[in-house]
Design a protein. Structure first.
Length: 344
């Protein structure tokens, strides 16, 4: 590459892709980057696997700096034009964006994701790096059971081992061994709640002088059949508040084991509180924290992702949780277990 070409490449807006299997902590990492952004104006493209983009609502970014892809997984063909439109909005003459981060769906196939991105890269943007976030508690199981989780380790530049506070040193060593067996060249960082030195991830120019990878062996039509039909998802919404005790009983005792990921916002309608409860389920670990509603009308929105989901059974359980009258505040011992989102 000549000096002139290098200068042209460096003037392009860099793109970092954040990927990782369901519940790894991609949005948590992204939020940390956005609040420690080294003075950059970062544009965010969010892609979620489902018809309700929960992740987009969790991202702490100005609305004009955040765009959603809602037509399916980012690595599929119908997303190419939508992704191109998003990048065009960030690179037009009236935009002040100088860096773009794409948060991919947890089920995005890495090689096809970059191939889709390859179709959008032109005179104004360049691929800077690919970052994979790993859920330290579940990565060994995920990598052994899900091709996508394994491929996300193989095809990446950086790996962030997230939630290291939840595992032992021996288990952490096992994760390093797993990473090195699949991708010994990856740069590895450890994180708690996605907190890393942002300078180590952004503007690394990992693809200077390199060709982007070719499309994987199956074509894009095959991709949908090969990857996404293994998984199913559905969303559930309610304008009525939920009974907190009934929901916790369902979530903790009767949640089907074939639900790999659940997330969303819950209105418990508690007297004297205008709180939005953020529910996350990763593997067998549920989490419930609260924040303030940004919208004036509270509404429960939940997304479930898994295999062979019995949607009718889960909907029946959720319908039982609907409360017809405002609930009393949660009992003190339960309330103390629910930290405010900003405190995490």
């Amino acid at each position: 590459m000549t000096k002139a070409t290098t200068l042209i490449e460096h003037k392009k807006i860099p793109i970092t892709v954040i990927q990782g299997f369901l519940g790894a902590g991609k949005t948590t990492l992204l939020n940390y980057i956005l609040t420690h952004n080294q003075g950059m104006n970062i544009g965010v493209v969010v892609n979620d696997f489902g018809d309700i983009n929960i992740d987009s609502e969790l991202i702490e970014s100005k609305s004009e700096e955040k765009l959603e892809l809602t037509s399916g997984c980012i690595c599929c063909s119908l997303q190419t034009l939508e992704l191109q439109d998003a990048i065009d909005q960030f690179t037009n003459s009236g935009s002040n964006i100088d860096y773009i981060i794409i948060e991919a769906s947890g089920l995005a196939e890495p090689r096809d994701l970059v191939f889709t991105l390859k179709d959008t890269i032109g005179l104004k943007v360049r691929l800077d790096s690919i970052v994979t976030v790993l859920d330290s508690e579940n990565i060994k199981k995920n990598a052994s059971e899900h091709d996508t989780a394994r491929d996300q380790i193989i095809f990446t530049d950086f790996i962030v081992i997230n939630k290291v506070d939840l595992i032992s040193k021996d288990k952490l060593k096992d994760i390093y061994d797993l990473i090195h067996s699949f991708n010994p060249k990856a740069r590895v960082l450890e994180a708690v709640l996605g907190q890393i030195d942002v300078r180590l991830l952004l503007d690394q120019d990992m693809y200077r002088g390199k060709k982007l990878p070719q499309k994987s062996k199956h074509n894009r039509g095959d991709h949908d059949e090969h990857i996404h039909t293994k998984y199913s998802h559905f969303s559930w919404t309610s304008q009525k508040s939920l009974d907190p005790m009934k929901f916790q009983d369902f979530a903790n005792r009767r949640m089907p084991t074939n639900i790999y990921r659940a997330k969303g916002f819950i209105d418990f309608g508690l007297k004297g509180h205008h709180r939005k409860y953020i529910y996350q389920l990763v593997g067998v670990r549920p989490e419930l924290v609260w924040d303030n509603w940004r919208s004036t009308t509270p509404e429960t929105k939940l997304v479930f992702i898994g295999q062979d989901i019995d949607q009718k059974a889960i909907v029946a359980e959720l319908d039982k949780c609907v409360d017809t009258k405002p609930s009393e505040p949660l009992p003190g011992d339960i309330e103390l277990q629910l930290p405010k989102k900003a405190d995490l």
